[in-house]
Structure formats: C-alpha cells, structure tokens
Design a protein around this ligand. Structure first.
Ligand code: HPA
Length: 236
C-alpha cells in the first residue's frame, strides 16, 4: 500500500498495460480481460488485474505526464514486482509519413522534461524501448497487417506547445515521428530497474496537417492498439 495505490502486494501481474486515462484502463479490463478485478482506485487512477488468453495481465492508469506515470511505475516495480510495461496511448503526429490512425512504436523517446537532467547531468541519455518487446510488437503488427512506424518520439511536458508543430522544429529536422507525454520516464525507469518497456501509440492528431481522428475511427483504432498490446503481453 502506498499513498497512490492501495492494492495488495500480489495484486498485479508481471505484465502491466499503462494507459494514461483511467476510463481507458476500465474499458480494456472490462472489454478484453477475463475475471478482471479492480485492484486500485486511489485518486480514481484505476488499476485492474485479470487474464488474457490464459495469461495474468494488469492494466493500470498512469494519469497524464511523466511525473504522474513515474509514481505508478516506480511503485509497480519496487513494491508490486511488475516486470514488463506496455504503455498504450495516443500521440500527436510530427512527421508527414505518419497518418492519423497509424500506430507508432517508440524506439527512443527524446524529452523536454527536466526529470532526467538531474540524474544524467552533462550526458544526454537516450531513453529507449526494450528490443525484445519492440521486435515482438512489430512482428505482431506485421501479422495483422497494421500500418505502423517504429522510430523516435518525443515525450513533452507541454501539451499546448507555443507555435504548434514549429515548437518542435529541431526534432522535426531529426525524423522524430510523434509527440506524447510519458514514454521517456517509463523507459528510463525500466532501464534503471532492469525491466522491459515499450510505448505503443495511435496517432490521433497531426500537428503538421491539422488532421484529426473521428470518433468511429478512434474507437476501432483503440481496439486495435489494445488487442495488439494484449497479444504482446500474452507472449511474455
Ligand atoms: N501532444 C502531446 N500528447 C499527445 C498529443 C499532442 O499533441 N496528441 C495526443 N497525445
């Protein structure tokens, strides 16, 4: 038990899906898991454990942004023994080749956050996904003929960035695919504690073209992302 999580010590599976949105955690648990049980509801940051294709899997909401995610993931690692983390979320497009609905696998996550500056000092540490998870996720996406991209993303602390896409110009110039708000902290924590992590994001709004996903496509895209992530969880 912690101030953020009242689950019992053995409440979580080794593999945890991490949406930002608590209601998405509820939806994943209730739609796709068998025997899903609510294990945490502190601050309404809902966490569930159930089974998927016979494998014990948890889904825990992280809230928005790296400081919030880092609290839940730190505790999942250090108090609850979780080993594999699959962030599921949306991202904003920063690259012409990424279209609305495309899935982005975050190979590495640059960041504008100060969270790592204190730790790494003069080093520009490159938070990165686990290669095993990355390879398996790409293989599963290929099998399903999903349109996906694997490459660099940016985890930004600022949703409403001054200048829109132009606010990310140096990153646009270096082939960054998309912006979200959590992966860099997740990857850094996973590396520190020898865990595995990947961010799997659906592009919902393109900062370059202004294209946005519509409500029907949002739902089916979220379903594709959730089942891809759960199939990945089932292999671990
Ligand atoms: N910025 C950050 N995170 C996001 C965005 C965005 O534009 N769209 C979806 N997630």
């Amino acid at each position: 038990m912690t101030p953020h999580n009242h689950a019992s010590k053995d409440a979580y599976a080794e593999t945890v899906l991490l949406p930002g949105d608590p209601l998405r955690a509820k939806w994943v648990a209730e739609t796709f898991l068998d025997d899903a049980k609510l294990v945490n509801s502190v601050r309404n940051c809902l966490g569930y454990t159930g089974t998927y294709k016979g494998k014990k899997v948890s889904v825990q909401a992280t809230g928005m942004g790296q400081p919030s995610l880092a609290i839940y993931v730190h505790e999942l690692i250090n108090l609850y023994g979780a080993k594999n983390f699959i962030r599921i979320g949306t991202c904003g497009g920063l690259n012409e080749k990424v279209k609305v609905r495309d899935v982005v696998l975050g190979v590495a996550a640059s960041t504008d956050s100060a969270m790592n500056t204190g730790t790494f000092g003069r080093y520009h540490y490159a938070p990165h996904a686990d290669f095993d998870l990355l390879r398996k996720a790409a293989d599963l996406a290929d099998e399903r003929k999903m349109k996906f991209h694997a490459g660099g993303i940016v985890s930004s602390d600022v949703f409403y960035v001054e200048g829109g896409a132009k606010g990310y110009q140096p990153l646009l110039d270096h082939d960054i695919l998309a912006v979200e708000m959590e992966a860099a902290a997740l990857y850094t924590l996973a590396a520190k504690f020898n865990r595995k992590a990947i961010a799997i994001c659906t592009m919902t709004d393109c900062l370059i073209t202004g294209d946005e996903i519509d409500a029907d496509a949002r739902q089916s895209s979220l379903e594709e992302m959730a089942t891809l992530s759960l199939d990945l969880a089932a292999t671990l």
